[in-house]
Design a binder for this molecule. Structure first.
Ligand code: GLV
Length: 327
């Protein structure tokens, strides 16, 4: 039997390539930058499996160009780059990498929250550029965390892990939004479920962990920032398009909120000339939440496991459109 052909849309941690190469013939995209849509279509045509990255758009046009495709394995927990309905319509299971990046992502959410609250980006730039002239009693004053309130927007695994760190580490009161109540958060963290507006009114820190879908796209705009406290810190480690960035820049510039910490932007990369980079109260990281060696290796194993199950015709261990299996 010929070995299945698999297109791997970027260099992955070696562990994934080794697992895949044991059973499949691999075509690994060699560049740092993603293939164009046209190149992706050409490469995937004739393949049984595709490993995609969150910068690769997996849409109906791509699937139509690859009638032999049996599985899409996304190297990410978020799957907003994949048209799930189009995959489901063609009975193609889509895999993701949940769980293994929860802690690394929650760590970055807390890192950004602290960096923004304590003006780390601004003060460190000032120090490097010669503006650290002496120790000043009123210099670089930030906000405390202890005993304050955090609003978690989207209490899934990552929201919970972030809330757990802030509740147990700093004694923070936890408010949250979610489609359904989360008994674990209510019992272990004494968290309180609210509508978004009330959460924004009451929170000192707001951290976004919701999935990106049509109902959450643009959920943070001028109206939401206007509701937040003038001392509030806004953190986004979910997806850039949750936020209207002009409204955020305006809120940061005018002091409507105190600071923001972002690991995700729209677009990515955010051009260095973007107004958010010019604001001293905005800390921006280049989408590094899952970037630890152990986490990326764990993602690589899950991603390879999903792909191999798909090409063998087995159920994917982590499938986001399990409707393809019926029942
Ligand atoms: C990263 O952003 C992911 O969704 O895994």
């Amino acid at each position: 039997m010929p070995r299945p052909r698999v297109f791997v849309a970027r260099q992955l941690p070696q562990i994934a390539l080794d697992l895949l190469a044991a059973e499949c013939d691999l075509d690994v995209w060699p560049d740092r930058l993603p293939p164009s849509a046209e190149e992706l279509r050409k490469r995937v045509a004739g393949c049984t499996g595709l490993i995609s990255i969150l910068t690769d758009k997996v849409d109906a046009a791509l699937l139509d160009a690859a009638p032999t495709l049996k599985v899409v394995s996304n190297f990410a927990v978020g799957v907003n780059n994949v048209d799930l309905a189009a995959c489901t319509a063609r009975k193609i299971p889509v895999g993701n990498t949940p769980g293994v990046l929860t802690d690394a992502t929650a760590d970055i959410a807390v890192t950004l929250l602290l960096a923004a609250a304590r003006r780390l980006g601004e003060s460190s730039t000032d120090a490097k550029e010669g503006r650290w002239i002496t120790w000043e009693p009123t210099g670089w004053l930030g906000c405390d965390l202890v005993g304050r309130t955090v609003g978690i927007v989207g209490m899934g695994r990552i929201g919970f892990a972030t809330a757990r760190r802030l509740h147990h580490g700093w004694g923070m009161k936890v408010l949250y939004t979610a489609r359904t109540p989360k008994p674990e958060a209510e019992e272990q963290l004494k968290a309180e479920r609210l509508e978004l507006n009330e959460l924004l009114d009451r929170s000192d820190f707001v951290s976004v962990h919701a999935d990106l879908n049509p109902s959450t796209k643009g959920m943070f705009g001028a109206e939401q920032f206007a509701r937040m406290k003038r001392t509030a810190v806004f953190v986004n480690t979910a997806r850039g398009p949750h936020v209207d960035q002009s409204a955020l820049a305006q809120a940061l510039r005018t002091g409507q909120i105190f600071a923001a910490g972002l690991d995700v932007t729209d677009p990515e990369p955010l051009p260095p000339t973007h107004e958010l980079f010019g604001l001293p109260n905005c800390v921006i990281a280049p989408h590094i939440a899952s970037a630890t060696t152990d986490t990326r290796n764990a993602m690589a194993r899950l991603c390879a496991g999903n792909l191999l199950a798909g090409v063998r015709g087995e159920r994917l261990p982590h499938c986001v459109n399990s409707e393809v299996y019926g029942g």
